[in-house]
Ligand binder design. Structure first.
Ligand SMILES: C[S@@+](CC[C@H](N)C(=O)[O-])C[C@H]1O[C@@H](n2cnc3c(N)ncnc32)[C@H](O)[C@@H]1O
Length: 294
């Protein structure tokens, strides 16, 4: 386990994931009934751009850094689509940008008093930082264990509403990357069988486009044919900041199972603007489509 998310927090790939999640939380909040958030790979919760890791790898400057500057001047419909996420970012930062909410803090900031959070983080020092970031929040339980192993026992959640984030590290240069795709498929099969109505967000890097196409189509056929999930309830949102190729990560995105109403439309509004803003070279692009449209 060499992966440390602090080197990547707030980069283009992180912000697309978190914007999509914030849109889901916003819709879940539109009903009064409580819900649960389950994060299989939680990270440390809150990132500080003054830290050594952020200083050594300032990927965030091309992600949240650009958005922080440009968002006040964005078109109104884009600002509205970003608002659920951006309001958390602004709340955690006064005049200048220093803190970035990872998925657990984003969730905790958006969820209500009666909601519940279950967070898994396997790396002991990261789990300790996560405990510090979450403080004494009674809604939160943190488990220092393998999130893929833990997931089936969490499902279905007692509230019967909620969101599961599956966001493994896809470590570079090892077979871990292939393993994470395989583990995500296994986790998806088990999870959806136990709880077909949950909202699931699967994050994946686009390093090898063939691997992503293979993963997406295997996930879709499994969920549609064996899980009974309608093709229009499988949404892909991807963004690439330059043509996909060797070198540092150029593209990433999420597959959302059972996206709440309006999430696809908001992502279709936000992603062209984000792509234009965060692009780092020729060949940048984005897509938002359901398995029914693919
Ligand atoms: C991509 S980061 C998570 C980022 C976080 N979800 C966010 O959006 O802010 C992946 C995290 O998973 C942890 N990890 C690696 N293998 C794990 C496993 N099998 N179970 C749980 N956590 C794991 C790593 O230590 C790392 O902190």
């Amino acid at each position: 386990m060499n992966y440390r998310h602090a080197f990547h927090a707030g980069n283009f790939a992180d912000v697309v994931k978190h914007i999509a999640m914030a849109l889901c939380f916003d819709r879940l909040n539109s009903k009064e009934a409580p819900y649960r958030y389950i994060d299989t790979h939680a990270g440390i919760g809150l990132y500080d751009f003054a830290s050594d890791e952020s200083g050594r790898s300032p990927e965030w400057k091309n992600g949240i850094g650009r958005i922080w500057e440009a968002e006040p001047g964005a078109p109104e419909n884009v600002r509205a689509a970003l608002a659920p996420w951006m309001s958390v970012i602004r709340r955690l930062n006064a005049d200048s940008l220093q803190h970035y909410p990872g998925s657990p803090v984003l969730a905790a900031e958006m969820m209500r008093k009666g909601d519940a959070l279950r967070l898994c983080e396997l790396h002991p020092p990261s789990a300790e930082l996560l405990r510090q970031a979450m403080g004494r929040d009674k809604r939160v339980k943190i488990e220092e264990r393998d999130g893929f192993d833990a997931l089936p026992a969490y499902l279905p959640p007692p509230e019967r509403r909620g969101l599961v984030l599956i966001d493994p590290p896809f470590e570079v240069g090892t077979s871990e990357r292939k393993k994470d795709f395989d583990w995500m498929l296994t986790a998806a099969a088990k999870a959806v069988k136990r709880w077909p109505l949950g909202v699931y967000v699967f994050w994946r890097p686009i390093k090898d486009p063939d691997a992503v196409v293979a993963f997406d189509s295997e996930l879709a056929s499994m969920l549609i044919e064996q899980g009974g999930i309608p093709a229009e309830k499988l949404l892909v949102a991807d963004l690439w900041v330059r043509a996909i190729g060797p070198g540092s990560l150029a593209g990433a995105g999420v597959v959302i199972v059972n996206p709440p109403f309006g999430v696809a439309e908001n992502l279709r509004t936000a992603l062209p603007w984000l792509c234009d803003l965060m692009k780092q070279g020729d060949g940048a692009g984005w897509r938002v489509e359901t398995a029914a449209e693919a």
